[in-house]
Design a protein around this ligand. Structure first.
Ligand code: URA
Length: 491
């Protein structure tokens, strides 16, 4: 486990309270200093920023060495790093070296708050006050088959919550909402901020990618981290997620922090620490934030791969779909409805969300969202309009028994190997390919039964995917113990 996570692990309850206070104090000072304006870099004379004088004297190699040796970075040094990444004046090899030093050495709550703030200030903070209602987004830390956004956004919008949802692309073995949406022919995720506001007014929801105005530093860092093995770090993940969420102009945020083999955080303790870090940054910066910790040991639902996942989401909005996907989607939607104040509490939110599925209101809203963003809404009624892979190959149970393990990370990597994700930033995605989970953990199978079905285009990619998927599968004589899906929550 990276040193950054170890550092956090060493913290007890008291240390955690101190970290929350540090973050809260930091954002309070920031807010009063800028009178609500976040869109500018600190300048000489505001008493906090890195002055031109400091920036001239600072050398990237010294900052890297300091963090490599476990030293705390100053606010100036963090701004120097983030502004260098944003402007392109800092070479990628130095940015990558510093990222790796952060992964290995960690960051304090205060450094993480500075990093988040610097990333917010690398772009604009959107003002959505002209849109009536409490604007709520949901964000997941990333998983395999984790497609809840495509269910939740239309459901919450259909229940009266304005949802400005800004999502990312696949990262490592995990999928990304934008890649899934782009599997829908014509769907445009790159809306401008004006178009996003227009979508919110027209259909109550915008499902978009990070615009160039929103945390541009994160956009560059995210791509770099993906290919330099520097994703798994609580401070980097916290700053990456929260900078975008703070900048997008929402009032409240529900986080789905994944835990387990297919998550960036493999243990419940680390996932909780990540959740606490995210929630404290959000609340301290004026975005009401809560987190649910959910299991990600096996893929969520049955579909892994972009078009396959779109189909599964439509199934859920139609009242079907796999139980685990339905349960997590309802849980998160219910919390969004309660956060927006359209229901009195989470329980009432759950009933309202289920009603929106039963009445077809959620599905109808999904059609309208697709149409508004240039996509073909007929995919909802006719799955043949979605890209389809030409080949199918099963991964069979090697013996009779119960499926005891479907390693989400290996299945995610199998899906990436088929072309559903990226190995390098410049790789293009094949929206049609992926993996279908035929038997879930706990299901009884006979030797030779299909456990997974690979949807592939190239035989060459199939071999690698098959061996990864086979490695991720285990059969036991007795049924495995039932695992919890909703593992915890953080307020
Ligand atoms: N999602 C993000 O937006 N950033 C990360 O670093 C990881 C997941």
């Amino acid at each position: 486990m990276p040193g950054g996570i170890e550092r956090h692990r060493a913290c007890g309850g008291l240390a955690r309270a101190r970290e929350v206070d540090e973050a809260r104090g930091f954002f309070r000072r920031e807010r009063s200093r800028r009178v609500g304006h976040w869109s500018s870099w600190p300048t000489e004379g505001d008493g906090v920023g890195h002055s031109k004088y400091t920036a001239r004297r600072m050398r990237a190699v010294d900052v890297i060495a300091k963090k490599r040796d476990g030293g705390p970075l100053t606010r100036d040094e963090i701004f120097f790093f983030v502004s260098g990444v944003t402007s392109g004046s800092l070479p990628e090899y130095q940015a990558a070296a510093l990222l790796m030093a952060i992964v290995l050495r960690g960051m304090s709550a205060e450094e993480t708050a500075w990093l988040t703030d610097a990333m917010v200030r690398s772009g604009a903070r959107v003002d959505l006050s002209a849109i009536p209602g409490v604007k709520v987004d949901k964000h997941s830390t990333g998983g395999v088959g984790d497609k809840t956004s495509l269910v939740i956004a239309p459901l919450a919008a259909a229940c009266g919550v304005p949802v400005p949802m800004m999502s990312g692309r696949g990262l490592g073995h995990t999928g990304g909402t934008l890649d899934k949406l782009e599997a829908i022919p014509g769907f445009r995720v790159s809306l401008s901020l004006d178009e996003m506001t227009a979508a919110l007014r027209a259909v109550g929801c915008a499902m978009i990618g990070q615009t160039k105005e929103i945390a541009p530093a994160d956009k560059k860092l995210y791509a770099l981290r993906d290919v330099t093995a520097t994703v798994e770090s609580i401070p980097l993940i916290s700053a990456s997620i929260m900078s975008k969420k703070i900048a997008e102009g929402i009032d409240a945020l529900v986080l789905d922090v994944k835990t387990g083999r297919g998550a960036f955080m493999k243990t419940e303790a680390d996932s909780r620490r990540l959740a606490e870090s995210l929630v404290s940054i959000g609340n301290a910066s004026g975005v009401r934030t809560e987190a649910v910790i959910t299991a990600m040991d096996q893929p969520l639902g049955r579909a892994v791969g972009n078009a396959l996942e779109v189909i599964e989401c439509v199934d859920v909005l139609n009242g079907g779909g796999p139980r685990d996907l339905v349960d997590v989607s309802i849980e998160l939607t219910a919390r969004m409805l309660a956060a927006a104040g359209v229901v009195s509490d989470r329980k009432a939110g759950e009933s309202r969300a289920r009603e929106a599925i039963g009445s077809g209101a959620g599905l109808e809203r999904f059609r309208r969202i697709i149409e508004h963003q240039g996509g073909d809404p007929r995919i909802v009624d006719d799955y043949d309009r979605l890209p389809k892979a030409p080949g199918r190959q099963i991964v069979a149970a090697p013996r009779s028994g119960y499926v005891s393990r479907l390693d989400a990370e290996l299945i995610g990597r199998a899906s990436v190997a088929l072309g559903a994700g990226r190995d390098r930033v410049e790789d293009t995605i094949d929206p049609a390919v992926g993996v279908m989970v035929v038997a879930k953990v706990g299901d009884q199978v006979r030797a030779g039964d299909a456990v997974l079905e690979l949807h592939y285009r190239s035989a060459e990619k199939l071999d690698r995917a098959k061996s990864l998927a086979g490695e991720g599968l285990a059969i036991s004589d007795a049924p495995p113990p039932a695992a919890r899906l909703i593992v915890g929550e953080v307020h």
